[in-house]
Ligand binder design. Sequence first.
Ligand code: CP
Length: 305
Amino acid sequence: MQRKDLLGLKGVSKSEIDEVLLTAAQMKKILQSGNKKTPHLQGRSVVTLFYENSTRTRVSFDLACKYLSASSSNVSASSSSVSKGETLLDTARTLDRMEVDLLVMRHPMGGAPHLMAKHVKAGVINAGDGMHEHPTQALLDIMTINERFGTLKGMKIAIAGDILHSRVARSNIYGMTAMGADVHIAAPQTMLPYGIEQLGAKVDKTIDEAVKGASVIMGLRIQKERQSSGIFPSIREYHKFFGIDEKRVALAEKNALIMHPGPVNRGAEISSMVMSADNCVIDEQVTNGVAVRMALLFMLTRANN
Ligand code: CP
């Protein structure tokens, strides 16, 4: 991977994604071995900046740094000088002058990591920017599918739910179509952004249409924190028309993978029965999240050497 930053999957090629998958597979072996400490990032420094809440992304980057022996530090909006009025760019310049090699950033505004990347020497990894992209999540999703099927080429993948607010959906549409998948999306009209099909996905009218014959069904979180009121009548109604339940799973291919980036609103996006089924790989996604982030930290620091 010959790039300073990873800001999104738009424009990222299949060969770059394949390289991430290969490296992540090696990192997963380290992760699951008895000794999780390796010198891959010895002498390197990483700062994670989280201006929005996170469990999976933040902890997995944090552990990835520790497992690869990087010097790392975490900054959150509430504990940083942002609370005293410091601008994003001044924070970025300050960290850059500390000779940080990589900045990992989550921000509620789309484009914030892109702005930062233009002004710092350090490489920048987008850990989720507003409603725009979440590239590391999509890469771990692609890894999880690729591990099971060996390819995404020609595979029907259904993504259902709050597409409008979902950076995960955008990055997955870019990444999965680059890998040759046939991506179908379904959402209530109020959660479907205008022109989304231009990103490469097919828009189906119902979730039943989207999941029919699919090899993968991915639910998305209803992002209450980004929604205005009245976007859907009730959780019960949402689940009835757009929830992933046993009846809908039966329309997909036998043993279709059930995925969700988390955190899950149980009983809204996915029924508890489906979440406990053998083909539900939400836990594998979490493990692969650490492996993918280990791979990206290693690949980007090497590219920026
Ligand atoms: N999937 C995801 O980004 O989860 P977190 O918000 O917990 O990081």
